[in-house]
Design a protein around this ligand. Structure first.
Ligand code: PEP
Ligand code: MN
Length: 451
């Protein structure tokens, strides 16, 4: 990382963060414990390198130009207990399978970004949660407090940020091992399908994997394919930059250029609830040089988009800024085309990707927060229609998913019913597509890309 010295030397690790209002922050209480945790985090090595963030920015520049497609996916909320080898492996396999389906179907590069190794903090609609006359602080993700409904667990504890750092480091370590150590070799596309429940999407995948095998063998035999290139896959990490104490403590100056990077993840985004133009989150991401995203919900205006671009990407750096729209299946066809049109050329300066999850959540009669697979697909279809109507590029999808066979979203070819939600409902926050639904989604989106 330090071999390419192009800029001024690092000028220390001190940052003067602007004192601006910050929404959705923990109330840590114990100032000394906070100070200790932040000092500890500041002393830890970076989780990602600035040079890797730059590589991802270049990949996202190709997305902006309409030459690549972004696949971003993972849990709504990672948990400390969920950081196990099998969980991480199944999630990576699922994303790699989806990427293969998309690449093969669309014939274009797919940029792979996990919603992992840092996705431990959640914005909530209420600070408090009441159950049977007992009111406690709401669960804000394992970075802040515990899910268990007791005063001890729900207290905000800054030491959790340190635990999250370690959990993220071990997650990334395994991700790097899987993606560069031979497991992600394109010559083993078949093996990624092993261990999953059989279903129509899995059979379809098997068939496609057979075709890919033959194509790869042909390229190898012809001396066209580079064995090293086939062996590894580029995979990046991302999460919502929500808890500023954590994100700021992991911000470092790049030893090559002296520029600040958030080293807690390659790509970070600001959520729909914290994207206020004059608030601390937008100020924070404006100061780091990572590629960044901002979520845009149904209330986003032309003015919001223009001012965000002005603040976050004033020089029009290709790949710097991605808008993640999450309008809802019923609204996207009405809201997105005029928004894209109204911002003119600016719509071509940034990448646009679709989060078809967060505008389509409802509560089942059983009390489970869920989503319909068909609504999720419909929002992506509306997203493609909107961009094609306006002449902008539908650059990718942002999905909450797991490699496990959970029952959290209804529908799909397995026809998961609302009555089945209780069978294996494991998320502590929003419902995720299971392995079968994720793979099915990839096939459907691949055909939208081909159309
Ligand atoms: C999320 O991505 O889990 C989330 C909270 O999304 P949004 O900011 O779009 O509501
Ligand atoms: Mn979510």
């Amino acid at each position: 990382m330090t071999t390419d010295v192009t800029g001024p030397p690092p000028i220390g690790q001190h940052f003067d963060w602007a004192d601006l209002p910050a929404k959705q922050q923990p109330t840590w209480g114990d100032a000394e414990a906070l100070e200790r945790a932040v000092t500890t985090l500041k002393g830890f090595p970076p989780l990602v390198f600035a040079g890797e963030c730059d590589l991802l920015r270049d990949k996202l520049a190709a997305v902006t130009r309409g030459e690549a497609f972004l696949l971003q996916g993972g849990d709504c909320a990672e948990t400390l207990d969920g950081v196990t080898g099998p969980n991480i492996r199944e999630r990576i396999k699922t994303i790699l399978q989806m990427a293969v389906v998309l690449t093969y179907g669309a014939g274009m590069p797919v940029v792979k970004v996990g919603r992992l190794a840092g996705q431990f903090a959640k914005p909530r609609s209420s600070d408090l949660e009441t159950r049977e006359d007992v009111t406690l602080p709401a669960y804000r993700g394992d970075m802040v407090n515990g899910f268990e409904f007791t005063p001890e667990a729900r207290a905000h504890d800054p030491n959790r940020m340190v635990s999250v750092y370690h959990a993220s480091a071990s997650t990334l370590n395994l991700v790097r091992a899987f993606t560069t150590g031979g497991y992600a070799d394109l010559r083993s596309v078949h093996t990624w399908n092993k261990g999953f429940l059989a279903g129509p999407a899995q059979s379809r995948y098997e068939q496609m994997a057979g075709e890919i095998d033959r194509a790869v063998r042909f390229l190898e035999a012809s001396g066209v394919a580079d064995a090293e290139e086939l062996r590894r896959v580029e995979f990046y990490s991302s999460h919502e930059a929500l808890v500023l104490d954590y994100e700021r403590a992991l911000t470092r100056r790049d030893s090559r250029t002296g520029l600040p990077y958030n080293t807690s993840g390659h790509f970070i985004w600001v959520g729909e609830r914290t994207r206020g133009l004059d608030d601390a989150h937008i100020d924070f991401v404006s100061q780091v040089h990572n590629p960044i995203g901002v979520k845009l919900g149904p209330t986003a205006t032309r003015d919001d988009v223009l001012r965000l671009v002005d603040k976050l990407d004033p020089e029009g750096t290709p790949g710097r800024l991605t808008f993640i729209t999450r309008m809802g299946a019923g609204k996207i066809r009405d809201l997105l085309p005029p928004l894209l049109e109204s911002v003119g050329e600016v719509a071509h300066q940034v990448a646009w990707i679709c989060d078809p999850m967060h505008g389509n959540t409802f509560t089942s009669p059983s009390g489970h927060k869920t989503r319909r697979f068909e609504d999720v697909i419909d929002e992506v279809a509306g997203f493609f229609e909107a961009h094609r109507a306006v002449g902008t590029w539908p650059g990718g999808i942002h999905v909450e998913l797991t490699g496990n066979d959970v029952t959290e979203c209804v529908g799909g070819s397995g026809a998961l019913d609302v009555a089945d939600l209780g069978l294996r409902y494991e998320t502590l926050c929003d419902p995720r597509l299971n392995h079968q639904q994720s793979l099915e989604m990839a096939f459907q989106v691949a055909s939208m890309l081909e159309a």
